[in-house]
Write a protein that binds this ligand. Structure first.
Ligand code: SIN
Ligand code: FE2
Length: 212
């Protein structure tokens, strides 16, 4: 398979492409090690909900030109880590290659959000809508423990379905599903041996700004 072509996807819904087993074990290990290196430069922080300041159950960091952060003042992208004040580490080329394969024709990714889930962490249903460019898809990669992913439509309160995302799987939300509601109901502890400490890492690649 050419590095520039995507493997067969399972179309879960219009605009939702699921790539089970996109990354083999060696690729997962290489990516895991690159994420570790990013986290040394840009340590995990605990985001807080807008207004209430309630802490998220996941820890986060980012790489790429821009990083997504959340605190009492709101959700936003910014070029520096909220705690260290340093620029985010560059995006590993391996991630850019995956973007090119799964989001052909889209402008280059600017942000990779790193979410770390422990056995108890989850993420409520939400839309990814802090990007100016909603034409580019969102590419999401899973490493470590299996997650129960919930996927809805563009309206809150609509029908939802569940998907099990395993280590090495990718899911792409684009086109009519770019603003689909999604979240993580729970993690299946000890379902993967990829991460020594257990848990799950989700990497979300996004284009943020419109191409000039
Ligand atoms: C997210 O939507 O930010 C995370 C989704 C996931 O963890 O798979
Ligand atoms: Fe999201």
């Amino acid at each position: 398979m050419s590095i520039l072509s995507a493997p067969p996807a399972v179309s879960v819904a219009l605009g939702v492409d699921y790539f089970p087993g996109l990354l083999d074990r060696a690729a997962q290990e290489a990516l895991r090690d690159e994420v570790r290196a990013v986290l040394i430069e840009a340590p995990l922080f605990r985001p807080r909900m807008p207004r209430t300041g309630k802490p998220f159950s996941v820890m986060m960091s980012n790489c790429g030109a821009l990083g997504w952060v959340s605190d009492e003042t709101g959700y936003r992208y910014q070029p520096a880590h909220p705690v260290t004040g340093r620029a985010w580490p560059r995006m590993p080329p391996r991630l850019v290659d995956i973007w090119i394969r799964l989001a052909p024709g889209a402008p280059p990714p600017e942000a990779c959000l790193i979410n770390l889930y422990d056995a108890k962490a989850k993420m409520g249903l939400h839309q990814d809508r802090d990007e100016q460019d909603l034409a580019a898809p969102v590419v999401s990669l899973s490493l470590g423990d299996t997650a129960l992913f919930r996927l809805g439509g563009r309206e809150r309160g609509g029908r939802t379905r569940s998907l099990r995302l395993e280590s090495g799987d990718a899911i792409v939300l684009g086109g009519p599903a770019r603003l689909a509601f999604h979240g993580i109901d729970r993690i299946a502890p000890n379902s993967s041996t990829l991460l020594n400490e257990g848990g799950r890492i989700n990497l979300t690649l996004r284009r943020v700004t419109r191409r000039a």
